[in-house]
Design a protein around this ligand. Structure first.
Ligand SMILES: Cc1cc2nc3c(=O)[nH]c(=O)nc-3n(C[C@H](O)[C@H](O)[C@H](O)COP(=O)(O)OP(=O)(O)OC[C@H]3O[C@@H](n4cnc5c(N)ncnc54)[C@H](O)[C@@H]3O)c2cc1C
Length: 407
């Protein structure tokens, strides 16, 4: 059989393009190397699947993807964040809006999202071939003739779609095969790099592992120059830091690491208070505590897990009575709380990156329908393309929008 469309990779982009194409009457085969489809989708949003973001302003939404966001203008105007919510709601999945306009299924379970996608694959009679890694793509001049599977089976189609994802979390099946295929077919690949990724610090911060920070400001510095900063939540890991504000800065941090010899991270644990106000606050606390030891004086100001670290770093004798802490010592403490410094060693690798930046160069893809400008019957969708956004549902939206654009 010669299918109208052969789609390589059954993640959200592959599944959704299969559904959209089959719904419009095309015969579609969807090929997946794993024994199950949508494995990565199941771990999105910590198993809850942040389907998209309800940011209402179209331009604001697109701006989240940086310079490459403009590639999405045309496809997004045809299928946007509200359209994907309607799709799931019409299929019986209620959604809810959480902090930062993040949209999740009300059931809080990514399985329900995948279930609906699977139901639609069945409804529109998409042929799904699992356990079938694609090994090679054979072209003749500027047209793909067929693909070859690991078991030597060949599949022919009028058109082919590469939706193999990026290189992050390779255990889910996303091992960067699509980049190799695209490159072999003549496409330029912008170097794939881990993005939305935790960072490793040079210091040993094991004692802080698991400390979760809310409403902090984190800035990245090279020498005395502030390069970027971000406000919100972060968490200490065994060797470094993660959490929303770190993840969202990680792509920039990666660029700075390439450019500068030594970059530092400064945490402001109390961004709502300037140095003077924080000093007043500490003085008030000390007055109330009068004769207590310094080591027992920070309970109201800081999370419990942070206190021993701060006490050690401040250099103030933990057993000193608070009323004998000097102004100089207080200054040191305030400095530590406003500008707690660490050195960044590197980003965590692809194993733990939420997304891959880089990918198929957008200049060689038609933004209206995701068609290759090099190969006549080839399309791309999802993470394999050189477009990525911050956390908050923006990356799955790339999948839904680009998948829907193919026709
Ligand atoms: C831990 C984690 C949490 C995340 N949470 C969110 C979130 O809440 N919201 C959000 O918007 N984004 C989130 N993301 C990002 C999101 O998962 C990706 O953007 C999305 O999965 C990309 O979809 P895709 O279909 O392009 O690729 P993938 O999901 O990577 O799917 C590609 C598929 O292609 C298959 N494949 C690869 N090579 C071959 C081959 N040679 N032959 C056959 N099949 C092949 C793979 O096995 C895989 O199933 C998260 C990512 C991670 C890792």
């Amino acid at each position: 059989m010669i299918y109208d469309f052969c789609i390589i990779g059954a993640g959200p982009a592959g599944i959704f393009s299969a559904i959209s194409l089959a719904e419009s009457g095309k015969s579609v085969i969807l090929i997946e190397k794993n024994s199950k489809i949508g494995i990565k989708l199941l771990i999105t949003g910590k198993g809850r699947c942040n389907i998209t973001n309800s940011e209402p302003d179209f331009r604001e939404f697109i701006s989240k993807y940086g310079n490459n966001g403009k590639f999405l203008f045309s496809s997004f105007s045809k299928f946007n964040n509200f359209d994907i919510v309607s799709f799931f709601e019409e299929n019986g999945l209620k959604t809810e809006n959480e902090r930062g306009n993040r949209i999740f299924p009300k059931t809080g379970n990514a399985k329900d999202v995948l279930q609906i996608l699977k139901r639609n694959l069945e409804k529109y009679k998409v042929e799904v071939l699992k356990n079938s890694p694609v090994l090679d793509i054979v072209k003749n001049k500027n047209k793909i003739e067929k693909i070859i599977l690991e078991n030597k089976k060949e599949i022919e189609a009028e058109n082919f779609v590469i939706t193999t994802g990026g290189k992050s979390y390779p255990l889910t099946g996303s091992t960067g095969d699509g980049y190799k295929f695209a490159e072999k077919l003549g496409h330029k690949i912008i170097e794939p790099k881990p993005a939305l990724c935790s960072i490793i610090l040079k210091e040993n911060i094991k004692e802080l592992e698991g400390l979760s920070l809310k409403n902090v400001n984190i800035s990245i510095y090279f020498e005395n120059k502030k390069l970027i900063d971000n406000f919100g939540e972060a968490i200490f890991t065994r060797e470094g830091m993660s959490g929303p504000i770190i993840l969202d800065m990680s792509e920039k941090i990666s660029e700075y690491l390439d450019k500068y010899l030594n970059i530092r991270l400064k945490i402001d644990f109390k961004p709502a208070l300037d140095f003077k106000k924080l000093d007043d606050r500490i003085l008030r606390d000390f007055e109330k505590l009068n004769n207590k030891d310094f080591k027992n004086s920070l309970n109201k100001l800081l999370p419990q897990k942070l206190i021993p670290f701060v006490i050690k770093k401040s250099g103030i004798d933990p057993d000193k009575k608070v009323n004998s802490v000097t102004k100089e010592e207080r200054n040191k403490l305030i400095h530590l709380l406003k500008e707690c410094e660490f050195n960044i060693l590197k980003l965590d690798g692809f194993e733990k990156a939420i997304i891959t930046s880089g990918g198929v160069d957008l200049k060689e893809v038609d933004p209206k329908n995701m068609k290759s400008k090099i190969i006549d019957n080839l399309y791309f969708a999802g993470e394999v393309l050189d477009i990525n956004g911050p956390t908050g549902g923006y990356n799955l939206q790339v999948c839904w929008t680009t998948a829907n654009a193919i026709n």
